[in-house]
Structure formats: structure tokens, C-alpha cells
Design a protein around this ligand. Structure first.
Ligand code: S3P
Length: 174
């Protein structure tokens, strides 16, 4: 079987399953898994919610950019990006460099069914706010190298990503 690209970045909206699918994918590929949000929390010793509350979104986006740049030389790695990371041009560029980027695409209802509106995701407001945010972001997500339907069980989504990656070897950017 053909080998998958060496760095895979999963992008998409909150609730698309980037973390859950990313873990499964990394295990199947024998790659390391990295979650950008968890790296930011580990690096700062604070939760995402606390960073937004205490320092604001711009400070969080700066941390996100630094995290993306810090992961840019990784090989044999699957990265779950935060839902806003790919909408910021500099962060998007860092994530795309030498990687294959995949948009896990799902509709609003699926996303909402998967996330708790408990404050842990500061931008996850009510349904109308989420609908507007998703609509605003789709053009950015569509800049990923490929799109995969993220509806359904995570292991099936991971199967779809894997099939796609194995068909794309050699096609990813240097
Ligand atoms: C955000 C999504 C979150 C996290 C932060 C901001 C966003 O990541 O980075 O709350 O702007 O959509 P997930 O997509 O992993 O929930």
C-alpha cells in the first residue's frame, strides 16, 4: 500500500471531529498526534477559556500562530488545528507548509450535536452565532488541499481521510 503524506493537518469547524478523528488517524498511520489547543493549554498552563477571558481573542490567535509555526517541521505527525486557526492567513500558511491539509466538513446541526455549549469553547455561542461563524469561515476552510465529509462515526471519517491520503501521495506541497 502507498504511504501517506508525512504531515497531515485537520481543519474545520468546532465539532467537526478534528481531535477524535485525528487521534484515530495518527494511530492507524503510526504517526504522532498533536492537538493545537492542548499544546497551547500545556504551554501556558491555562485553559483556552481563561486565555480568551483574561487576554482576549487576539492574544489567543498569536499563541495559535506560534503553535502552528512550532509544528511546521514535524514529520509523521497528524495535527488537529483549532476551529479558527485556518481562518487566519499567517497561521494558515504555517499549517499548509509542507503538509497535506484536510477540511473535515460537516453541517451546522452535526457540529452542534457534538459540542457542549458550556463555555469551554468561548466562540461557541447560540445557534445563530454558530451559523454565522460557520458561513463566514467556509471560504477559508475550502483552501485546504482536500475536503472530507465529517458526518457519521469518527472511525468512518478516519477511513475516508486515510483513503484520500493514500491516493494523494506525492501531491502535497513541499
Ligand atoms: C475556536 C475553536 C476551538 C479553540 C478556540 C477557538 C474557534 O477549537 O481553538 O475555542 O475559533 O473556532 P476546536 O475547533 O477544537 O473546538
Amino acid at each position: 500500500m502507498r504511504e501517506a503524506p508525512s504531515r497531515v493537518v485537520l481543519v474545520g469547524f468546532m465539532g467537526a471531529g478534528k481531535t477524535t478523528v485525528g487521534r484515530i488517524l495518527a494511530r492507524r498511520l503510526g504517526y504522532v498526534f498533536e492537538d493545537m489547543d492542548r499544546r497551547i493549554e500545556a504551554g501556558t498552563g491555562r485553559s483556552i477559556a481563561a486565555i480568551f477571558r483574561e487576554d482576549g481573542e487576539d492574544a489567543f490567535r498569536a499563541l495559535e500562530l506560534g503553535t502552528a509555526q512550532g509544528l511546521a517541521d514535524r514529520t509523521r505527525c497528524v495535527i488537529a488545528a483549532g476551529g479558527g486557526a485556518f481562518t487566519r492567513p499567517a497561521t494558515r500558511d504555517a499549517l499548509r507548509e509542507g503538509a497535506t491539509t484536510v477540511w473535515l466538513r460537516c453541517d451546522l446541526e452535526v457540529a452542534l450535536s457534538r459540542i457542549a455549549l458550556d463555555g469551554s469553547r468561548p466562540l461557541a455561542g447560540n445557534r445563530d452565532i454558530m451559523r454565522a461563524l460557520l458561513a463566514e469561515r467556509e471560504a477559508s476552510y475550502s483552501m485546504a488541499d482536500a475536503t472530507v465529509d465529517a458526518t457519521g462515526p469518527a472511525d468512518e471519517v478516519a477511513d475516508r481521510v486515510l483513503a484520500l491520503l493514500r491516493g494523494r501521495v506525492g501531491a502535497h506541497r513541499r
